[in-house]
Design a protein around this ligand. Structure first.
Ligand SMILES: *Cc1c(COP(=O)(O)O)cnc(C)c1O
Length: 436
């Protein structure tokens, strides 16, 4: 008898399951690269080394009663039964298994964007009248969601606190009312580093779910391994690496992932920010080299940060000893990767920031003026007037965003010395006060 496609699934020792019996999740205890290698490798329908794409919106059954059993929840994806691709899709689930392994969570599911992953988690964990405690320094979209959209549409309120002040976090949590403690592992754009273990201890003591956005530091930091309950990602950034796809993921307990997919109550199932199976396939091909890319992003960011500082430029980078959370970062990170691929240069005023960025793009070809991050080319943006412009001047000040702050996502195209020479050329032109 021919070997069936199902038999060709190389079963990893730590297959992440959804529902059914919870297996011991040892992926939590190992390095993200090792965990990725332990997930099952799905072969293609004809024995291809790559999985096939399940490009179907709907799934057939052999017996009429099977449909009833599917809707009753008796049969599900853990037993290779699928209903409809706004619910679980096999290809999206395979990518999600990789995401769960990467973050060391029991389960994960991928979504159409980072924002849909983030908003779905709030919808799922907070009922109307619920309360969130969140960091003052957040991605602009998340900040707008919490400060404007959720209060207006769902009566979910948020108290923003400086998460470096653990006492302030503790007193902001209202026991029984606060459902979520939310922060970014490395904050956008100020690159403040969260004390993940302490914040988790504090949150758990008060019964809140700790949700961490790890978009800035995949592989580098593992929030769930440090105690977080849920890790959310904008896959659009480093994980994709191509600046060509918008995608996101929720990584967490199987209970949460299943609840997001509940036919009556699930935020992902009912609001429908669904990832396409073809997109899931493309992304799954990029995850095996995420670690290599992160190492190069990090190594170059560290070299540029050190050299810029030597030249007297005001640089913010967690790998520099003068960064307020340098030692904290060192105690938390997966050290073979580095201190992250982003650095900030504080040019003090918007005019000076714009002049430097203009020279870096149009004169020396160091990088592109564009929002986003994690691309192979360097991307630069002045945060106060772009990705954080949803925040008021006062909120920006609180979040440590100077008007001249230039965020750089350091790319790995070209040679390091070639790119450094381009940086030096642009700086020289800036100091000569040359117009754009
Ligand atoms: C980009 C980003 C998001 C939003 O993700 P999208 O994929 O653009 O929806 C959320 N958090 C952080 C930290 C981000 O950088």
């Amino acid at each position: 008898m021919a070997e069936s496609a199902a038999n060709r699934k190389r079963s990893g020792t730590n297959d992440v399951v959804l529902g059914g019996e919870r297996k011991k999740n040892t992926l939590r205890d190992v390095d993200p690269a090792a965990a990725l290698a332990l997930t099952r490798h799905e072969f293609g329908e004809h024995g291809g080394v790559n999985m096939s794409i399940e490009a179907s919106a709907t799934f057939t059954v052999m017996e009429p009663d099977t449909l009833r059993r599917l809707f009753a929840g008796e049969l599900g994806p853990d037993r290779d039964f699928f209903i409809y691709s706004r619910h679980f899709n096999p290809t999206v689930l395979n990518l999600s298994r990789q995401m769960a392994a990467l973050e060391g969570t029991e389960a994960a599911y991928c979504t159409a964007s980072g924002m849909s992953a983030i908003s779905s988690v709030f919808f799922q964990l907070c009922n109307s009248g619920g309360h969130v405690v969140a960091s003052t320094t957040l991605y602009g979209g998340t900040h707008a969601l919490l400060s404007h959209f959720l209060p207006r549409t769902c009566n979910i309120s948020t108290t923003f606190v400086d998460i470096a002040d653990l006492e302030a976090v503790e007193s902001a949590i209202v026991e029984g009312k606060t459902k979520v403690l939310y922060f970014e592992s490395v904050s956008n754009p100020s690159l403040k580093v969260a004390n993940i273990p302490e914040l988790c201890r504090l949150g758990h003591a008060k019964g809140v779910t700790v949700v961490v956005d790890n978009t800035f530091a995949p592989m580098v930091l593992s929030p769930a391994r440090l105690g977080a309950d849920v890790v959310v990602h904008s896959i659009s950034k480093f994980i994709s690496g191509g600046a060509d796809i918008i995608a996101g993921a929720v990584c967490g307990p199987a209970r949460l992932v299943n609840s997001l997919m509940d036919l009556q109550q699930g935020a992902l199932m009912l609001l429908g920010p669904t990832m396409n199976a073809k997109v899931a396939f493309e992304l799954s091909e990029r995850i095996p080299h995420l670690g290599l890319r992160m190492k190069e992003h990090c190594q170059r960011a560290l070299v540029f940060a050190r050299r810029l500082k030597k030249l007297g430029v005001k640089v913010i980078y967690p790998g520099l000893e003068d960064h307020p959370e340098h030692d904290l970062f060192k105690s938390l990170f997966n050290k073979e990767y580095g201190y992250g691929g982003l650095l900030c240069v504080d040019m003090e005023t918007v005019e000076r920031a714009n002049l430097l960025m203009g020279h870096l793009q149009n004169y020396s070809q160091f990088g592109f003026m564009a929002v986003s991050l994690g691309y192979y080319e360097t991307l630069m943006s002045c945060s106060g007037s772009s990705t954080s412009s949803e925040m008021s001047e006062e909120e920006q000040k609180l979040a440590g965003i100077s008007p001249g702050l230039v965020r750089m996502s350091i790319g790995y195209i070209g040679t390091l010395e070639q790119k450094w020479t381009q940086m030096e050329k642009a700086l020289a032109r800036f100091h000569q006060n040359q117009p754009l």
